[in-house]
Design a protein around this ligand. Structure first.
Ligand SMILES: NC(=O)c1ccc[n+]([C@@H]2O[C@H](COP(=O)([O-])OP(=O)(O)OC[C@H]3O[C@@H](n4cnc5c(N)ncnc54)[C@H](OP(=O)(O)O)[C@@H]3O)[C@@H](O)[C@H]2O)c1
Length: 291
């Protein structure tokens, strides 16, 4: 257990998949931290309550009574939240949005007087192994507090906002790609005659071990480890030839690039949608970003 750095209560607006993962993790990290979580359906509120949060449907109360607020509704539900909360209640609050695509500039127009951050964690938040990128505007006076809270969920990286879409493609979506790759390798093991359970355990061990090896040699390029596995005319080089012939490496590179482009275009659409719902116009000049 560690200290929540002067933050007594966190409000989680939208205790869905990632919101409830955060409640679970924060409860593990910070003994005295109160969490107030919101949702619309009974099942959402019950689930959050079972994880140790106080629950309410009243977003206004959650914002008003919290020191730090995490916005974790789907982006297209964000206009409802804005309408439900008195404008004056955002003032002076530390607000971290984890909503994909919603720009700091838009948040700044809607949540007047708040100290704003835009974060992108991933689903590994469940086991406190998220890789979370966070961007902020110029008035970020409490970076240390935000970093302390989000470090509970895993690694934290401060980035300029323009990195967030690439981050979303690589680290936000990453667990989905890795699990696909794991599934394919398990199927390969089964095709070669292994029972599924054993193949699955084996590949998780291989992943964990390889990550540890790479982390312990942080200056080594990953391909140096690959070359240590290869024997002339052996098994591994035969497998690598197949990977090359199917263009697996190029496919993975294109996967991340395509996801990045999609993230960019969805971001534009979401941002435009939110501004239309709330009735604010685009104007980028007054916003200055910093790392
Ligand atoms: N899932 C991920 O891996 C991940 C990673 C990074 C960022 N994100 C971002 O996190 C956000 C949530 O994603 P998710 O996957 O957790 O979605 P989700 O499971 O659908 O959770 C969203 C929650 O918001 C609640 N909600 C909707 N409107 C609300 C309102 N007006 N007031 C209070 N609560 C409201 C919903 O409650 P009800 O269920 O009761 O309707 C739902 O539980 C998204 O913006 C997404 O971009 C997700």
């Amino acid at each position: 257990m560690s200290s929540s750095g002067g933050i007594k209560r966190i409000g989680i607006i939208g205790a869905g998949k990632i919101g409830s993962a955060m409640i679970k993790s924060f409860k593990e990290c910070f003994e005295d931290l109160e969490i107030i979580a919101t949702g619309r359906r009974d099942i959402t509120l019950r689930n959050a309550e079972n994880l140790g949060a106080r629950v309410t449907r009243d977003n206004n109360e959650a914002v008003k009574t919290s020191d730090l607020i995490i916005l974790s509704v789907k982006p297209y539900h964000f206009p409802d939240v804005v309408k439900q909360v008195d404008e004056s209640n955002w003032k002076g609050k530390i607000v971290v949005s984890i909503m994909a695509g919603v720009k700091l500039e838009t948040l700044e127009l809607l949540l007047k007087g708040a100290e704003l951050y835009r974060a992108m964690p991933n689903i590994n938040t469940y086991v406190r192994k998220s890789s979370t990128a966070i961007a902020h505007l110029n008035n970020a006076e409490h970076k240390d507090i935000v970093e302390n809270i989000f470090s509970c969920l895993g690694s934290v990286y401060w980035v300029p906002e323009e990195i967030i879409d690439a981050w979303t493609a690589l680290a936000g979506s990453g667990p989905a790609y890795i699990t696909e790759i794991i599934d394919a390798l398990v199927l390969g093991g089964i095709a070669a005659g292994m029972p599924r359970d054993l193949a699955y355990k084996a590949i998780l061990d291989v992943l964990e071990g390889t990550v540890k090896l790479l982390r312990n040699n942080s200056k080594v390029h990953p391909l140096e480890v690959r070359d240590e596995v290869i024997t002339p005319a052996g098994t591994t080089i035969r497998g690598l030839m197949i990977l090359e012939s199917y263009g697996v490496k190029a496919a993975l590179m294109k996967t991340i690039e395509a996801a990045y482009r999609k993230s960019l275009s969805i971001g534009e659409k979401i941002d435009t949608y939110i501004r239309k719902q709330i009735g604010v116009e685009k104007s980028r000049e007054h916003v200055k970003r910093s790392i």
